[in-house]
Design a protein around this ligand. Structure first.
Ligand code: ADP
Ligand code: MN
Ligand code: MN
Ligand code: MN
Length: 388
């Protein structure tokens, strides 16, 4: 009941648009989750669907706790329901490749990341791990390390950024990056829950921060060697989707969820080899950047699932991005394609950051592309075929 003279509060958040299932009684659920599970183990198999961005999962019961990924059985699913095959030949294989502790069902239950193979046991179109693994095994002796900074945006189930006023916009960017306070940090409960869940699972998460746009956040995974980068990032993304589900909000990895004067979302990829990390490493980093400069369009095609179309909305040359059509590099330059961190410039060894990958990139092809150009010294528009 408001007096006529009393103005409405300045930023009214009327409808937080959370899902119906998030409002179910979680205390009742907990009563069942506390039941003993009869010596059996629940294994949640996770895979990338035919969109190359979506994750799917299903659970099976195991009679005993698997100690290594080799102990896990192959499985299958209906590819015609995941954009992965025709209905007439729809059985796809799930091949377990990495195992984590399940932070939702807890020990002894497992999360199982899988590769997808078609009926003839060749990799599915969106199984980019298969080739990535081959490329990583060729450069094992270089000990390639990666660290990826996953930016994301929280949305209500209505698709509106979480915590934004339902009609209009929050105040302009400036106060939100690494912010604290209810008027600046939107959705920290999710960030905290995700961080702890990743640590429990054994995902190599190394940090989080609030981003420049309100409701936008980042977590960092790494340093991870070789194929582990993609495995850990995909499982971290799965855990984030699952945590958001509990809270009734949605995570978006769209590289430019709100057009206009709002930052987009990237997945900066930090990269080093043994040589770069040792004495004289800066020279090795500079040589790698020289190779990258000659292969800009190949990398842009690999850095989002639509071959550059998604990133075209984000890499404008504004909002701490470089222009999608130009390659650039510099020490401490956040408007460049490649940034050498200031500390690395000073210590003359370390790693560099490729700022071009989109938030919805596939880390398998991003890390593969860096290895192909910087270590296998590939040139030209097409990746080499080493099977010949
Ligand atoms: P930024 O200053 O760009 O925001 P962040 O702190 O968010 O940097 O992320 C740094 C990333 O670099 C982390 O993912 C971390 O794991 C990764 N990293 C640190 N050292 C190395 C290294 N030697 N090689 C590869 N990645 C590294
Ligand atoms: Mn960062
Ligand atoms: Mn960031
Ligand atoms: Mn960065």
């Amino acid at each position: 009941c408001r007096l006529i003279m009393c103005p409405p509060p300045p930023c009214r958040v009327k409808n937080m648009a959370t899902s119906a299932s998030s409002k179910l009684n979680k205390a009742v659920k907990q009563q069942y989750m506390d039941l003993p599970q009869g010596g059996k183990v629940q294994a949640l198999y996770i895979w990338i669907d035919g969109s190359g961005e979506g994750l799917r999962c299903k659970t099976r019961t195991l009679d005993s706790e698997p100690k290594a990924v080799e102990d896990l059985p192959e499985w299958n699913f209906d590819g015609s329901s995941t954009y992965q095959s025709e209905g007439s030949n729809s059985d796809m294989f799930l091949i377990p490749v990495a195992m984590f502790r399940d932070p939702f069902r807890k020990d002894p239950n497992k999360l199982v990341l899988c590769e997808v193979l078609k009926y003839n046991r060749t990799p599915a179109e969106t199984n980019l791990r298969h080739t990535c693994k081959q490329i990583m095994s060729m450069v094992q002796n270089n000990h390639p390390w990666f660290g990826m900074e996953q930016e994301y945006t929280l949305l209500g189930i209505d698709g509106h950024p979480f915590g934004w006023p339902s009609n209009g916009f929050p105040g302009p960017q400036g106060p939100y990056y690494c912010a604290v306070g209810a008027d600046k940090a939107y959705g920290r409960d999710i960030v905290e829950s995700h961080y702890r869940a990743c640590l429990y699972a054994g995902v190599q998460i190394c940090g989080t921060n609030a981003e420049v746009m309100p409701a936008q956040w980042e977590f960092q995974i790494g340093p991870c060697e070789g194929i582990n980068m993609g495995d850990h990032l995909w499982v971290a993304r799965f855990i984030l989707h699952r945590v958001c589900e509990d809270f009734g909000v949605v995570v978006s990895f769209d590289p430019k969820p709100i057009s206009g004067n709002w930052n987009g979302a990237g997945c900066h990829t930090n990269f080093s080899t043994k040589d770069m990390r040792e004495e004289g490493g800066l020279k090795v980093i500079e040589d790698a950047i020289e190779m990258l400069a000659k292969r800009h369009s190949y990398h842009i095609r690999a850095y989002d699932p639509k071959g550059g179309l998604d990133n075209a909305r984000r890499l404008t040359g504004h909002h701490e991005t470089s222009n999608i059509d130009e390659f650039s590099a510099g020490v401490a330059n956040r408007g460049a394609s490649i940034r050498i961190p200031r500390m690395v410039g000073q210590e003359k060894k370390g790693y560099f950051e490729d700022r071009r990958p989109s938030a919805n990139c596939d880390p398998y092809i991003v890390t593969e592309a860096l290895v192909r150009t910087c270590l296998l010294k590939e040139e030209g528009e097409e990746p080499n075929d080493y099977s010949k």
